[in-house]
Design a protein around this ligand. Structure first.
Ligand code: FES
Length: 78
């Protein structure tokens, strides 16, 4: 597990149906080798791949959940 420069362990918190919250600052390296840096103290990393700012979470995962709820209601009504 990577450690912060001060020797403390970094904490990564997984949010159910959401992003991974990573203690910053961080550099995220995409599959193509390009990277995104964030100096925030807590960075939300997208795990659903729906974010328009991938690899950073833009809360698009919430829209996905609502659509699932709507389709569930639709199925019940049939
Ligand atoms: S986890 Fe939030 S947009 Fe993907």
């Amino acid at each position: 597990m990577p450690k912060a420069s001060n020797g403390d362990r970094r904490r990564i918190t997984f949010v159910p149906q959401g992003p991974a919250l990573v203690e910053g600052p961080v550099e995220l390296v995409r599959e193509d080798g390009t990277s995104v840096c964030s100096d925030r103290f807590l960075v939300a990393v997208c795990l659903c791949r729906r974010s328009k700012t991938y690899p950073l979470c833009d809360t698009s995962h919430r829209k996905r959940r609502r659509r699932t709820d709507e389709s569930t209601h639709g199925e019940r009504g049939q």
